[in-house]
Ligand binder design. Structure first.
Ligand SMILES: NC(=O)c1ccc[n+]([C@@H]2O[C@H](COP(=O)([O-])OP(=O)(O)OC[C@H]3O[C@@H](n4cnc5c(N)ncnc54)[C@H](O)[C@@H]3O)[C@@H](O)[C@H]2O)c1
Ligand SMILES: [Zn+2]
Length: 673
């Protein structure tokens, strides 16, 4: 490549990257995948290395994010600069990073690191003066961000006041949307026929940058913190590991997981381990971040224009494959909503075959402009959910066919109704609704009726043996033996499973019944708040809105279902069949509003007591402050006791604590744990 050719490509790349930065950072609506973006970025970086004369301070490789748009929010200058991170995509690159450090420090590795999850959200900066939160802002271009204090304050775990911290303090972290909240939000948007978010990061960015904080509040955002700006020197902290513990102690949520590792090899081990466990995380992580543990080395190494030299983001693989959309089938869900599902020519992505992909709703199809026969680029969002990134329009032949919505329900033939962009089967007895309802009810996280698979459900419906989930409890062995391939043993097994499902508790039942918008977490919150089905059936809109995670839309939809005579009848029949309608986790929110700290040894494991207090709605923290309601004092208490005394925080012995619990819940501690 000649210099001239390189110059041309460099300019092209810079233009492209600036455009995608704008879509991503400013509009929170990217057109290409992160992996594609990373490839462009990398190509540019490599060209600039090869042709240093093309380097320029206004290249995206020398910049952080993008300068925010004027007029939406108040611009705010960060007292100290915020940075991005350099990436590594392989163990080799990780080793190269460690060698670079070694050279810069004139010292041999291996070095000690703190390794953290790289949470895929957006970074924010909180500014405190004399321990009082003054403002919070997005990173923006690292120098100037957007002030989003009111929106940040809708995240309940962000502390407003701090004790014992440097006079001027910047605390940095990530605002993110948990995967469950993300799926729920998209489901709501799908239901309304609106545009869905492509991934949790964009959903988080879109939600934090709402003009109306009340909307932000309903989106279930969370935050986790990992760095200090101003105040780092004064804090006297020596290592990143200590820093994270310090943040925790000061009351900041540190939810992203962290551990220590030695050398690139050690980091690699953590990386491989976390990669395996990635799916179990409640948030989307796009890699791990390794930071030199020793903060004094940070000062020696410093920063490039874009990123610190002492840290690296080691990204998880993000495979993308090209394949074809062979067909679109239409599925009717439990609510009667028709969802288009793309049938793909099967491809192997990150360890499993992908052959189906949701196309959400009409808005989504219009926006993607996807047609049957199209070549598409597919990946797994967060390593889990198959998703079309883009249609490869340049490969169209003219043979592609537009997707046509059916006029009638593919399951029952009823004429579909269209509400805005949503197609719905209005037939209350539509078998799809029944099939889906039973399948969901029996699924593992719901009532966990093993052996009641899809085939069997179909047969039971076909033979008219069940019409809804309550009928499951009326099945007799004779009924089952009449079905093909059902032996004595499996029939008995199934009946035993069905019997066992009666005792899963209200939490699982609420999830199993598929109340609108109610996933596992909401089901648990509802059960904790109302304790019994009877109480829930009487709930008012206001009461529902008080439940954590319930927004206006969900509350109204739940209420409508609760009042629905068909739903009430179903509940009545389940109850008659002996299905438990009480919460397993007893006590509800008996301790809501109280904050506990524990010191010394208790007769029960401390973790058990903490978990119990939390379940009852209390907060349990590690350090005593004026906000502490009670310090629980066990054997051999530590310095927290003196602190409590000096602040006038009341103390409880273990016994007194249990008496308080009994008074508030009407139950003895043995019944509660
Ligand atoms: N698809 C697109 O069009 C598009 C456009 C622009 C950027 N992007 C994506 O964004 C990336 C660049 O964005 P970026 O500059 O915001 O940086 P980044 O996401 O690559 O990494 C830096 C950021 O990681 C975050 N982070 C999460 N956990 C952290 C932890 N434990 N410690 C420290 N930091 C942590 C911080 O917010 C930090 O600013 C690209 O690599 C690409 O993946 C995509
Ligand atoms: Zn139908």
């Amino acid at each position: 490549m000649t210099l001239e050719e390189a110059r041309k490509r460099v300019n092209e790349l810079r233009d492209l990257i600036r455009y995608h930065n704008y879509r991503y950072y400013v509009l929170a609506d990217p057109e290409i995948s992160d992996a594609e973006y990373d490839r462009l970025f990398r190509e540019l970086k490599e060209l600039e290395e090869r042709f240093p004369e093309l380097k320029s301070p206004d290249s995206p490789t020398e910049q952080v994010g993008a300068r925010p748009l004027e007029s939406t929010f108040r611009p705010i200058r960060h007292p100290t600069r915020m940075y991005s991170l350099d990436n590594a995509f392989s163990f080799e690159e990780l080793k190269a990073f460690e060698e670079r450090i070694g050279r810069a420090l004139g010292r041999e590795g291996p070095f000690a690191y703190t390794v953290e999850h790289k949470v895929d959200g957006l970074s924010v900066n909180l500014y405190y003066e004399d321990g009082v939160l003054v403002w919070g802002a997005t990173r923006g271009d690292g120098e100037v961000g957007e002030e989003v204090t009111q929106n940040l304050l809708t995240i309940p775990t962000i502390p407003r006041r701090l004790k014992g911290v440097p006079e001027r303090l910047e605390v940095r972290g990530e605002v993110y949307m948990p995967i469950e909240a993300f799926l729920r939000l998209n489901e709501e948007l799908e239901e309304k026929g609106e545009k869905v978010f492509k991934n949790p990061r964009n959903a988080a960015a879109g939600s934090l940058r709402q003009k109306d904080p009340r909307i932000t509040a309903k989106r279930g955002l969370r935050a986790t913190f990992y760095a200090l700006g101003l105040g780092l020197e004064e804090s006297g902290l020596q290592t990143q590991y200590e820093l994270l513990l310090w943040l925790k102690e000061k009351g900041f949520p540190v939810e992203h997981g962290f551990t220590r590792a030695l050398g690139a090899e050690g980091v690699e081990e953590v990386y491989q381990d976390w990669l395996k466990k990635r799916r179990a995380l409640p948030f989307e992580a796009d890699g791990v971040v390794a930071k030199l543990d020793d903060l004094s080395l940070w000062r020696e190494l410093g920063y490039t224009a874009r990123a610190p030299r002492f840290a690296i983001a080691y990204k998880f693989p993000a495979e993308e494959k090209e394949t074809r959309l062979l067909d679109v089938v239409f599925q009717v869900g439990r609510t009667g909503r028709v969802t288009p599902v793309g049938i793909l020519e099967p491809v192997f992505i990150e360890g499993s075959e992908v052959s189906r992909v949701t196309l959400h709703n009409e808005s989504y199809i219009e926006e993607l402009d996807i047609r049957i026969g199209d070549w598409v680029l597919v990946h797994k969002a967060g390593g889990v959910i198959p998703e079309v990134i883009r249609v490869l329009k340049e490969r169209r032949t003219g043979e592609e066919r537009p997707i046509v919505w059916p006029e009638t329900c593919p399951e029952c033939g009823f004429h579909l109704v269209k509400e805005g962009k949503v197609h719905r089967c209005p037939n209350p007895l539509c078998p799809a609704k029944r099939f889906e309802a039973i399948r969901h009810y029996a699924s593992r996280k719901a009532m966990d009726i093993q052996g009641l698979g899809e085939k069997l459900i179909e047969k039971l419906l076909e033979k008219g043996l069940v019409k809804d989930v309550a009928d499951l409890y009326r099945l007799r062995k004779e009924d089952l033996l009449g079905l093909e391939r059902m032996g004595e043993k499996s029939a008995e097994n199934l009946l035993r499973q069905i019997e066992a499902s009666k005792h899963r508790g209200l939490e699982r039942l609420l999830y199993a019944l598929g109340l609108p918008g109610v996933g596992e977490v909401l089901a648990r919150n509802l059960a904790a708040r109302f304790q019994s089905m009877d109480r829930l059936l009487e709930a008012s809109l206001e009461e529902l809105l008080q439940v954590e995670g319930v927004g206006e839309l969900t509350a109204r939809a739940i209420l409508e279902t609760l009042k629905d005579p068909a739903f009430r009848d179903l509940v009545r029949r389940l109850k008659e069949a002996g299905v438990e309608m009480e919460a397993k986790e007893k006590g509800g929110e008996a301790l809501k509003g109280l904050t506990f700290v524990i010191t010394g040894e208790l007769s029960r494991p401390r973790e058990e007591v903490k978990a119990l207090l939390r379940r009852l709605g209390a907060k349990v923290t590690d350090s005593v402050s004026r906000k502490t309601s009670y310090l629980v004092v066990g054997e051999n208490p530590g310095s927290k006791l003196e602190k409590a005394r000096s602040l006038g925080v009341p103390t409880l012995t273990e016994e007194e604590l249990y008496r308080l619990l009994e008074a508030r819940t009407g139950k003895k501690v043995e019944e509660l744990v």
